[in-house]
Ligand binder design. Structure first.
Ligand SMILES: NC(=O)c1ccc[n+]([C@@H]2O[C@H](COP(=O)([O-])OP(=O)(O)OC[C@H]3O[C@@H](n4cnc5c(N)ncnc54)[C@H](OP(=O)(O)O)[C@@H]3O)[C@@H](O)[C@H]2O)c1
Length: 109
């Protein structure tokens, strides 16, 4: 099965670190190739950045975002947050892009 087959059908796509940078790029690009009614869940701390990412995504997909500090999140809270938003039976595939993190301050190099 080639990677393109994962984009067929209704997708649930979770992207962490989606308020800017590479995570925002993933969100925009995947929204352009995902099937209609696919559901994106974007996570980061900065809600303004998440909203801006959502506004740049294709409007044929559903976009949900949650401000959350993933350095503090507990597994059960994380699972509850996802289960409140989606029913796993409604999707053909789930894709997780766990991109959260930072390259840090590179100004000294
Ligand atoms: N840029 C590069 O050249 C490069 C190269 C190799 C690997 N990477 C890796 O790729 C990933 C993304 O890099 P980037 O350059 O796009 O970084 P970035 O622009 O700093 O973006 C990092 C993302 O992670 C989120 N984030 C950071 N700490 C968080 C926390 N505690 N809880 C929730 N969200 C948090 C930030 O959002 P908030 O601040 O809103 O929370 C932001 O959305 C990182 O893991 C980085 O190490 C980057």
């Amino acid at each position: 099965m080639g990677p393109e087959l994962f984009l067929v059908g209704r997708l649930f796509i979770l992207i962490t670190g989606a308020s800017k940078g590479i995570g925002r790029g993933f969100a925009i690009t995947f929204s352009q190739v995902a099937s209609s009614n696919s559901h994106f869940l974007l996570i980061a701390r900065n809600e303004t950045g998440l909203r801006e990412t959502a506004s740049l995504m294709s409007n044929h997909v559903n976009v949900d975002y949650v401000s959350m500090d993933l350095s503090l999140a507990q597994a059960d809270q994380f699972e509850d947050m996802i289960r409140k938003r989606i029913n796993p039976n409604e999707y053909d595939h789930a894709i997780i892009i766990h991109n959260v993190g930072t390259t840090g301050d590179l100004s000294q190099f």
